[in-house]
Design a protein around this ligand. Structure first.
Ligand code: KG4
Ligand code: ZN
Length: 350
């Protein structure tokens, strides 16, 4: 008997839904992107995101079911991103999924957004199986994760400040590119000299697998501002290439060091920044030189999408993960299972 799952994703600025069969086979994948609208404001406006999700969710889910040629009665489960993300945006997806699940008596499966990004690789690479190390680098997260099983994760390192995608977006902004800017920095970098500007290599004390991008981001901002004050032109392509080189080297070296330290010979890459040509190329090169098996999603599955939630929803479903009508969205649940509020409570009790 096959397992058919509807996946719903509304954690940021994409309203997305997809239908999976046995996790890795995707029957439909529908995305309504709001990026162009948020672009006018230079970043995601949470209130606008929530409103657009409300307007688009019904049509998105209807299209996903129609394109997959399934009805609600064919579904074994409804998977939904419940955390982390923009709370108002998450609430639209979770409330919609809850309503649908309760009305039709279909099991409801809460999916962690980062677990979803990781699962994007299962769709593209049928041979990929846990355990392995995964770098998830997106607009909101930069985590090095030990994927112990399809549903058991341990965070080895994380950014202390900005996510890699956030740094790309900020760099894009000072270079005059529209939001979301990562892809524009990527394109500009192809024309530039990566040695053109000397930028600081991010350093952290303590956990050697943690990451930090705010110093690098500030250095880029300062170069642009200093040039503007002196009335000088900056070499946009050169600055994009120099920035991308340092980010790529940082992400690749930290992830490979984590794989070495934890004894893994398999690495996967996921999240919006996984679309970056510099990051992809350097991972491929360094992993092949070290005989590490390396996996990355196709560009279409790097950013937020419904397929990754439908795929991860399958693994959570067969692992028995369920939610009832009390399911709530949460902005900051750790993928290892500890929420920020739990940490705060623990701190207050001690
Ligand atoms: O995974 P995602 O769609 O959303 C979050 O969960 O955050 O990631 C979006 C991020 C944005 O910061 C965007 O600029 C970045 O991924 N991004 C890129 C590229 N394509 C998207 N960053 C660098 N190079 C790219 N080609
Ligand atoms: Zn994401």
């Amino acid at each position: 008997m096959s397992v058919t799952i509807l996946g719903i994703e509304t954690s940021c600025d994409e309203t997305a839904a997809a239908v999976s069969v046995d996790g890795r086979t995707i029957l439909s994948d529908v995305i309504f992107s709001q990026a162009a609208e948020h672009g006018k404001f230079g970043g995601v406006v949470p209130e606008i995101a929530s409103r657009r999700h409300c307007e688009n969710i019904l049509e998105t889910v209807r299209l996903a079911l129609d394109e997959a040629r399934v009805t609600l009665d064919d579904l074994d489960g409804i998977a939904v991103t419940y955390a982390p993300g923009l709370i108002g945006a998450l609430l639209v997806g979770t409330s919609f999924a809850k309503g649908l699940a309760m009305a039709k008596n279909i099991p409801l499966v809460p999916v962690h957004h980062i677990a979803g990004h990781i699962a994007a690789n299962y769709i593209a690479h049928k041979e990929l199986k846990p355990p392995y190390i995964c770098l998830v680098a997106s607009g909101g997260h930069s985590h090095i994760i030990e994927v112990k099983s399809y549903t058991d994760f341990s965070v080895i390192g994380r950014t202390r400040d900005d996510a890699a995608g956030e740094a790309f977006d900020k760099c894009a902004r000072v270079l005059g590119f529209p939001y979301p800017g990562g892809v524009h920095v990527d394109r500009a970098a192809r024309e530039g000299d990566p040695e053109r500007y000397k930028l600081p290599v991010p350093k952290v004390t303590g956990n050697e697998f943690d990451l930090s991008f705010s110093g690098l981001k500030t250095a880029v901002v300062n170069i642009a501002h200093n040039a503007a004050q002196k009335g000088e032109e900056i070499d946009k392509a050169g600055l994009a290439a120099s920035f991308q080189k340092i980010v790529s080297e940082t992400l690749v070296s930290r992830t490979i060091a984590a794989a070495d330290a934890y004894g893994y010979k398999t690495i996967a890459l996921a999240g919006g920044v996984a679309a970056n040509s510099g990051v992809r190329g350097l991972f491929e090169k360094e992993c092949s030189e070290r005989r590490i098996r390396f996996f990355m999603p196709p560009l279409s599955l790097c950013g937020d999408n419904g397929s990754m939630i439908a795929c991860q929803g399958y693994y959570d479903f067969i692992n028995g993960r369920r939610a009832d009508e009390s399911l709530n969205a949460a902005a900051t649940v750790d993928i290892g299972g500890i929420s920020l509020s739990a940490c705060v409570n623990q701190f207050l009790q001690n």
